[in-house]
Design a protein. Structure first.
Length: 312
């Protein structure tokens, strides 16, 4: 196996990603690490906030709060939901997500790329602006025109061929009924035929760039890859931008081998020492001009139709 590329503050954009953008085959997969840069809660922080809210309502005391916080976040949220229901309340998760009126630098960069985006985040800050000619703003998708999908019954592979589309894998804050919160919902969600087929199509047919899945989010990332029946491959089809301190270089090199051999995911490591995870904003701003998104080729559209009709 080739030696992992050195950790850098501004890593090179892999040529496979540039080519995939031009061929309409690039999908950007966005995790909680991106939203955290705006002060939105991570999975752990959301569970903590929800339990603290339950305590403020008098439904649990400080002793119960401390004991529950020893559990993993999905269990915490599952129990919090049960406690709320016992007290005839809905969790109302929207109140735990502060609205952002201005577009943050990292979201601006992702939105300017304009590719199809898949996300495990509930927030709706992703609004990719797809346009065939980047210098012609009149060709861009406007925020109100964003095709946003959050119901698993609507997870169809055809949407992976429509630049500017956002697929909320765990549901969206504007559709509370679609939000995957509890352990039971999480397991049932990934057992759903639509979800598994969608992920399989995504990872087998597209070039995927993961952003916002750091060491805290690896459990979710690995579960998604497994449910998508991802296998190691010699083709460089999956990439993950991840940050490490320079002192973590041995960890980075070992994880590089692990993800490559286990899931065919190639880590793009960046140095966190000076800007921490905000370094991602600088990297993406540097990458945007090099990523020109096009629609899939007509031949790809025909192949997709043949596949759906069973002619392939």
């Amino acid at each position: 196996m080739n030696k992992p590329p050195s950790l850098r503050e501004l890593p090179e954009l892999p040529p496979e990603i540039c080519e995939a953008a031009l061929n309409g085959q690039l999908v950007i997969f966005v995790g909680a690490g991106v939203s955290k840069l705006l002060g939105l809660p991570s999975w752990n922080e959301l569970a903590k906030d929800v339990l603290e809210w339950a305590r403020s309502k008098g439904w649990i005391d400080f002793s119960e709060l401390e004991q529950l916080q020893l559990l993993d976040p999905k269990k915490q949220l599952s129990i919090a939901k049960l406690i709320a229901e016992e007290n005839q309340h809905d969790l109302g998760l929207a109140k735990f997500f502060k609205e952002k009126s201005e577009e943050n630098s990292i979201y601006k960069s992702i939105n300017d790329i304009g590719s199809v985006c898949v996300t495990t985040n509930y927030d709706e800050l992703l609004a990719p602006r797809f346009h065939e000619k980047r210098n012609d703003p009149s060709m861009s998708i406007k925020p109100n025109d964003i095709h946003r999908i959050s119901d698993k019954n609507d997870f169809f592979a055809k949407f992976l061929d429509q630049p500017g589309t956002v697929i909320h894998l765990h549901g969206a804050i504007s559709r509370p009924d679609t939000m995957v919160i509890t352990t039971k919902q999480y397991l049932e969600h990934y057992d759903h035929e639509n979800v598994q087929h969608f992920l399989h199509e995504l990872f087998s047919k597209k070039i995927v760039l993961f952003i916002g899945y750091g060491l805290e989010e690896v459990e979710i990332l690995e579960h998604i890859l497994r449910r998508g029946a991802v296998e190691s491959t010699t083709d460089r089809r999956r990439f993950a931008l991840q940050g490490y301190f320079k002192s973590q270089n041995p960890l980075y090199e070992n994880l590089y081998k692990y993800y490559s051999r286990s899931f065919g995911v190639h880590l793009i490591g960046f140095v966190r020492d000076h800007e921490d995870y905000k370094q991602q904003e600088i990297i993406l701003k540097n990458w945007v001009p090099k990523m020109q998104i096009k629609k899939p080729l007509l031949a790809d559209d025909i192949a997709r139709i043949d596949e759906v009709l069973g002619n392939g």
